[in-house]
Each structure stands twice: as structure tokens, then as C-alpha cells.
Design a protein around this ligand. Structure first.
Ligand code: AHG
Ligand code: MN
Ligand code: MN
Length: 340
């Protein structure tokens, strides 16, 4: 039973989950707690973002005598530094690093690989819109030795945990270990994340669509037809939908998770170097796909289930259609030419 009035802390929730999971050895609990410490440190910097030139070097020095770096590199190094010392991780793969970052010391290694988008929505920092951190946790395939790329380039269905932090009007943690999705809100006075959204389930069908319509000219015809369809009045079927787009994936995802709807980042012809769209499979699409399916939703690249896609490279990009199951099924029908 939690303390009167305090609510359930994330640690309490983790320990309860751990008791219900016979093989859980507390490793994940310790690992998530280190990610939470990193998020609190990042959150403190985010809150100062308006006060320092967070995009360049701030010109100030930290306790290590280092120049304080721009926020996404700061977030990256903060998370890596924290998880490196848990003794449960053998490597970190980050959107910010070209290659896998191995834990150097054999003594301090464990079976988990942590994949991160350390700062999602970085273009929103200087306009005070919400931004986030996305994480995904996988178990390595081999027992020991250097972590090789083939141990990371695996389907999203093999993730053991995934989640995100949102640094917004309140700071939240939402995660899954495969037993549903729970949300925790940081109580700044206590410095504790408290259970605020128990067992989150996405509405079967929504009335919100989220996409950057500025890319309209670069979309394939079926995507255009689907967005036109969402905007065409049909009150009996809940259309037109409302358009909501923050430009931070984690924030657009979180709103649609709670209210229902669909987020899309389709492939577009805007940048020949990115024919499969902008979002990264390992660091953004796969962790959010794990979460959305655990909340009763769906995630696809337009044809295939995101969690079934095996990456070819560490930084593979993938079109993303994610949200309420009926909405994702509907856009897939449009893309298959079965609906107009
Ligand atoms: P990141 O800051 O990690 O690079 O992610 C930004 C992504 C994602 O957060 C968001 O959905 C998308 O960029 C927005 O892209 P557009 O500005 O092209 O719409
Ligand atoms: Mn991102
Ligand atoms: Mn990022």
C-alpha cells in the first residue's frame, strides 16, 4: 500500500511488476532507475534552455571543466554515462552516434543493449514546445565478447522494454515491459515519478490526425487521398478529423495515445537521401510501436507491421503510421489501393 496521499512511485510499481515476473531479477528496475536519473538531469537543462544558448556552446564550464554542449549531445552523453555504470549493459546505440558505443570494462558489462533517441524534437527547444527522450531495451544474442551489429539489427518484436520521457508542461515517463503501458508524472517537489496513467489503452478509432502537411507535394497519391478523406465532412463517421501537429514525435504520439487518432510520417520525395521518410526505425519507430501495440494500437510502415521489420543498417529510416488500430488499418487500405 503506498504512503497516504503520496501515490505509487515508479520504483514501487517496478518492484510490484518484478514480484509478478518470476524471472525478473531487478536488473530492469535498476536500469530504468538510471534512465530516470538521466531524465531528471536533462529535464533540469531543458528548463534552463531559454536562459542559455542551448544550441551552441554555452560558454560555461561544468564540474568536469568541460564546455557544456548543445542539448541533444548533452542528453546523449548524460544517458550513456548513467547506464554505463549499471553493470547490466554491454552497449548503447544512439541516434546521435554513427556506431554502437560499447561498455569498455568487462567487469561492468551485462546482457542489455540500450537504444536511444536522447533528445526528440530538438527543433522545438528554442520555442519552448515539449520535447522528449525515447529508449528501447534489448537483450544481446551472444553470451560475451564484443557486441556486433547483427545483435542490434533485429526485429522490434524482440525488445524487452521501451518508453519515453516528455519534458513538457509536466515531465512524464511512459513505458512498457510487455505487460501493458503505464504513465508516471514527475512531482517536482519530491523529485519522484508517481503513477498517473494506469494501464493506458488507446481508443479503437480516433478523430485526430497528425502529419506535416507542408510535405504534401512530395507524398505518394494514396497518402494524399487518405488525408483528403480525413478532411472530408462525414459527421456520421466522425469526419473531418482535427489536425494536431507539434513536430515532436513523442508529444504527438503521447496525445494520440491518450485521445486516439493517427500519427503519420510518410515516405516523401523531398530528400532523395531519405526515400523512406525521416524517422529512424531502431530509435523512434520500433520503441513506439512496442508501446502502441501494448496499448491496443497498431504501427506500420504502410504495408508491414513495424515490429516485424528487420533493420539493414543502424540508422535505417522508415515511413511510420501509428495510433488507433482502426485508423492504421484504414490508411493501410488506402495505401493498398483498396479504399479511395
Ligand atoms: P529528432 O529531434 O530526434 O531528430 O526528431 C525529430 C523528428 C520527430 O520528433 C518529429 O516527429 C519530426 O522530426 C518532425 O519532422 P518535420 O519537422 O519534418 O515535420
Ligand atoms: Mn527523434
Ligand atoms: Mn533526436
Amino acid at each position: 500500500m503506498s504512503d497516504r496521499g503520496l501515490g505509487i512511485t515508479v520504483t514501487e510499481h517496478l518492484l510490484r511488476e518484478q514480484r509478478e515476473t518470476p524471472y525478473a531479477t531487478g536488473t530492469f528496475t535498476q536500469l530504468l532507475n538510471e534512465l530516470i536519473v538521466a531524465a531528471k538531469i536533462i529535464n533540469r537543462e531543458v528548463n534552463k534552455a531559454g536562459l542559455v544558448d542551448i544550441y551552441g556552446y554555452t560558454g560555461t564550464e561544468n564540474i568536469y571543466g568541460e564546455q557544456v554542449q548543445k542539448l541533444d549531445e548533452f542528453a546523449n552523453s548524460t544517458i550513456i554515462r548513467r547506464v554505463m555504470h549499471t553493470g547490466h549493459v554491454c552497449a548503447v546505440a544512439s541516434e546521435e552516434d554513427a556506431d554502437i558505443v560499447e561498455v569498455p570494462d568487462e567487469r561492468l558489462r551485462g546482457p542489455y543493449i540500450v537504444l536511444i533517441d536522447p533528445l526528440d524534437g530538438s527543433s522545438n527547444i528554442d520555442v519552448n514546445a515539449s520535447i522528449g527522450t525515447i529508449f528501447s531495451i534489448r537483450r544481446r544474442i551472444k553470451e560475451s565478447g564484443p557486441v556486433t551489429l547483427d545483435e542490434v539489427l533485429r526485429k522490434g518484436s524482440e525488445q524487452v522494454a521501451a518508453g519515453y520521457f516528455i519534458y513538457g508542461s509536466s515531465t512524464m515517463l511512459v513505458y512498457t515491459t510487455g505487460k501493458g503501458v503505464n504513465g508516471f508524472t514527475l512531482n517536482p517537489a519530491l523529485g519522484e515519478f508517481l503513477l498517473s496513467h494506469r494501464d493506458i489503452t488507446i481508443p479503437k478509432k480516433g478523430r485526430i490526425y497528425s502529419v506535416n502537411e507542408g510535405n504534401w507535394a512530395y507524398w505518394d497519391e494514396p497518402v494524399k487521398r487518405y488525408v483528403e478523406y480525413l478532411k472530408t465532412p462525414d459527421p456520421e463517421n466522425g469526419r473531418p478529423y482535427s489536425s494536431r501537429y507539434i513536430g515532436t514525435l513523442v508529444s504527438d504520439f503521447h496525445r494520440n495515445l491518450l485521445k486516439g487518432g493517427i500519427f503519420m510520417y510518410p515516405a516523401d520525395k523531398k530528400d532523395p537521401k531519405k526515400p523512406r521518410g525521416k524517422l529512424r526505425l531502431l530509435f523512434e519507430a520500433a520503441p513506439l510501436a512496442f508501446l502502441i501495440e501494448q496499448a491496443g494500437g497498431a504501427a506500420s510502415d504502410g504495408q508491414r507491421r513495424i515490429l516485424d521489420i528487420e533493420p539493414e543498417t543502424l540508422h535505417d529510416r522508415v515511413p511510420l503510421f501509428i495510433g488507433s488500430p482502426d485508423d492504421v488499418a484504414e490508411v493501410e487500405r488506402f495505401l493498398a489501393g483498396e479504399a479511395h
